[in-house]
Design a protein around this ligand. Sequence first.
Ligand SMILES: [Mg+2]
Length: 440
Amino acid sequence: MRISELKLHPIAVADGPLRSSYGLHAPYALRTIVEIKTTDGITGISETYGGDRPLAAIEAVRSRVVGMDPFQLAGFWQYLSAQAEQDKADAAGGRSQTWLVPGENPLDQHTRTFAAIEVACLDAIGKALGRPLCDLVGGKVRDRVPFSAYLFYKHAGAGGMGADVRKDDEYGEIMTPDAVVRSCKQMIAKYGFKEVKLKGGVVPPDEEIAAIKALRVELGPKIPLRIDPNCAWSVDTSVRVGRELKAELCDGGYLEDPCAGMDGMAEVRRRLLAEGNDTPLASNVATTCFPHVPEAKRTDGVQIVLSDPHYWGGIRNQQKLSDLCEVLGLGMSMHSNNHLGVSLMTMAHAAAVCPALTYACDTHYPWQTEIDEVVVGGRIKFDEGSVVIPDKPGLGVELDYDQVARGRERYDKLPYRKRDDEAEMQKHVDPNWKRILPRW
Ligand SMILES: [Mg+2]
């Protein structure tokens, strides 16, 4: 079996005006659907980051991918790693996501590109063998992968532009503790999630503390809670929030990336522990690649590593990370971005094969709708907050090519080819807004 064709489908997916410390989400999120065809007539698919940079990075390996045996992934990894020698030299120091969103960090380019091709190859191999993707890498350790209700502050609106402005703003404006609780109840009623995450770093910390406390009152003691301000807070503020939310976060939840940098995280940890507060710190900003993981252990700056097959280098790297976390005694959860069903199923298979991953994974899936979904049969169903690993070959989903074409049409009309939350914030909310760290 050889890869005879590589097709890339850049698409745009409507997205509401969600807020984070990076700024504001644009009216469309950019994604790329990757499709390989084999000489046996099999199609393998994956979904990755969108826009010019991720697309160009995959284009750059086209001549290496076409003609490749999809089983020979280690050699492809070696090839891409050799291309990224400078990245490796810089790896431990300059590779955080403090300033760059995951799809835009040039130092992750080879791991992102590898993941996009690896997942498509594994999907094709699964289809060739008639086995689910997770079975190709050792089999699943769980049949159902739990996801969390991922709450955001947002302005009114549901994304889209011009004639494609989306009118069904399911969650409305969310800028107060009451609205956070309302959106959470809506999301849990619809999907059955059993863990909850609030994207913070948007309004002053006392308002976010109030939102988490209100969630705890509304949801009762059994639902783990987490908050992620994406480094918006100073060390002092992080310690204060950790102190005030000790009771709310310590029971199965976590405090995610409260401040920037491993050293800052480590200081927050030391000061909280000194107060008898062992709320774990999680990170997808200070820990974004393998060299960061022993550093997280050595400094005790991170207790829960947020994996992500899309930029950690695919499903098998996800397993390596699980092994490393197990060896080092670290926890593991999973980070997400705006995504559709191919990516969601990739995350589900990735989580299913990682014994160390014991927290519900993040997902932005509730913020997207049926209108943009590209898999046959429409949106992936959640069962009590979990995705059940299907007993179907590969990822278990197929592309709806009409829907892919519609996504492409939306993409072609867009004036931007890069995620830039700061520019969106300046355009729609405050022309003088700048990302300042720490803001509080
Ligand atoms: Mg995060």
